[in-house]
Design a protein around this ligand. Sequence first.
Ligand code: PLP
Length: 382
Amino acid sequence: MKWPESVSQPVATPLFPSVVYSAESPDALDALYEGSARGYAYAREGHPNADVLARRIDALEGAENGLVTGSGMAAVTAAVLGILRSGDHVLGGSQLYGRSMRLMAEELPRLGIETTLSDPTDSSRFTEDLRSNTRLILLETVSNPTLRVSDIYGIGEIARLNGIPLAIDNTFATPRGFRPFDHGADLVIHSVTKLLAGHSDATLGYVACRNADHRNAVYDTSVTLGLTPSPFDCWLAERGLLSFELRYDRAEANARVLADALAETNGVRRVLYPLRTDHPDHERACSLLGERGGNMVSFEIDGGREAANRLVQAASAVAFAPTLGDICTTLSHPASSSHRALDPSALGRLGISEGFFRISVGVEDAEMLVGEFRKAIKAALG
Ligand SMILES: *Cc1c(COP(=O)(O)O)cnc(C)c1O
């Protein structure tokens, strides 16, 4: 079939749901697979909506030829399984995203890959935990939900001196807050589902590699394991991404206001925001992130589960949902969601009590948000 002829181009990106693409001849397919011609053959191997989105994220991250995957976890999986083989060792931050932690603790050992989780705020622990077969270091710029800031310079130096690729999951910081490739990273990973797409309507990931061998290996792993994204999700995410910078700046400004207001609210035991001077990694946050503190704020109140239930019910203008990065503010309670599998001592070490909440701040009016949380905290205290 031929398209209707047009001397003009669509302004909005067309959606290409096609699974297959017809070629002119076997020679044309050869040219495609050998790389002398460009195009598509089968959607699992790539499609226009994924590529359009990937080029936009590449531009934000200063990356080349990044790959969009079917979820953030697909991106983590493609990176890890693309680079590692049985007998290798991977060193990860001890506060990785829950499922990344599960990948490290359960799936990789099952495949003969050794794993160690070390404190990402203390590079000396990474030196101690390094092995002769360590082939990858995996960090997150800012951790969930305590917003700890990894020592990317210190651990990056260890990686560089030992020739070990450094992969950074930059989901929380986003390229607006921090660009890992400008600071020595070899791979950058995103859950595009979160701030980049920004509307809780598309599940996607992204992985980019500095080195072409890594890039080819990660691509092949992704295509073979079927980690491909849906064209419609890519199309939605591209639309969301067009307003990413506006959303991010507004949400970040709101987060600063809200963090300071919460710190002065009766009944709040502590507030975690990277750029506040009372944050445990404040100095590192300033040197790594500059003025970009991000849109995430965590806080803790007294009163256990009952108080937590009352707070959530009273904060009626805010969705209680275990995600982040939506254009609207969402509230999560790690003890009953993302961190529910941890035992009390592990929760205690992380400082996650029944009164601990994480806010993903959105673009609403800041005064409304402050009022809503003050009202909810008052209700929680009973
Ligand atoms: C959400 C998240 C992921 C996983 O992304 P999905 O799109 O949900 O698969 C990975 N890393 C971080 C830091 C995340 O927040």
